[in-house]
Design a protein around this ligand. Structure first.
Ligand code: FE2
Length: 264
């Protein structure tokens, strides 16, 4: 990718997303969430690409993937007023359709174009397909990490806003804000298993699922970022103070610390 192509993608993205803002403040707040998220994930991809000592060309691909990975979210929210894929549309495949319709990647090297499209298509899967080429796998893993790093930030920021003013909270709350956690979810996290989105029942289940993301982080610099920014401590602090939750805390933090020491 050259500079011109990078600039063109950025300019296209700005214009495309700009078209989704309108008179509805609820829609605007939700569009803004993904607008900011896309730009932050772009920065996280830049950070990861640097930490992994990738080439300048690879860094440009990484940034493009970061910016575009959730491009399907805007159409999804406008049409369905939800970010729940199971109640609307798969936002990852919709994102690839948006890219194809716009032809914004049309003048890229075909191999680079494919890497970007695959990374967008696969970023939300529970697990990556087993048969990916090395370069597709590299970028698909990177975007999954960068996305998680920024979703941790979003959760931390919105948790604060939600606590400050629940009645005027403008964003979609997907799950019941009840104190309990689903036993199946607790079991999964204690066994080091990933948790499927469809199993979540309460906000605390969601927090447990997010803690469990540490098992699915691909690169050590990503875990360093997550640990340094104290996202795990924040999530743990929101959970009920029970014996079971203390076991969850120990399990997750022991896992992360071992990974950061280069073990396991
Ligand atoms: Fe996404």
């Amino acid at each position: 990718m050259n500079r011109e192509q990078t600039d063109k993608i950025k300019t296209w993205f700005d214009g495309y997303v700009g078209g989704f803002y309108g008179d509805d403040e609820y829609v605007n707040a939700n569009i803004k969430l993904k607008d900011v998220h896309s730009r932050r994930v772009c920065s996280e991809m830049q950070y990861l690409a640097g930490a992994l000592a990738l080439s300048e060309n690879q860094k440009a691909i990484a940034r493009a993937i970061g910016l575009l990975h959730d491009v399907g979210r805007f159409e999804q929210f406008r049409k369905y007023r939800t970010y729940k894929d199971h109640e609307s549309v798969n936002h990852c495949t919709l994102g690839v359709e948006v890219l194809m319709q716009s032809d914004i990647l049309g003048d890229l090297d075909p191999a680079e174009r494919e890497i970007i499209e695959k990374a967008v298509e696969y970023h939300g899967l529970k697990e990556l397909p087993a048969d990916l080429t090395d370069s597709t796998l590299l970028f698909a893993r990177m975007i999954r990490d960068a996305d998680k790093i920024d979703v941790f930030r979003v959760i931390a920021e919105y948790q604060k806003l939600y606590e400050q003013d629940r009645d005027n909270f403008m964003l979609e709350i997907e799950l019941a804000d009840e104190p309990n956690c689903t036993p199946e979810i607790i079991g999964a996290i204690l066994n080091g298993q990933l948790i499927d989105y469809s199993r979540l029942r309460t906000l605390n289940d969601m927090r447990l699922m997010q803690l469990g993301w540490v098992y699915d982080v691909n690169f050590q610099p990503s875990l360093e970022r997550i640990r340094q920014r104290k996202f795990l401590d924040m999530l743990l602090g929101c959970l009920p103070q029970t014996e079971e939750m203390r076991r969850v805390e120990e399990k997750v933090l022991t896992y992360v610390d071992a990974k950061l020491r280069g073990e396991g």
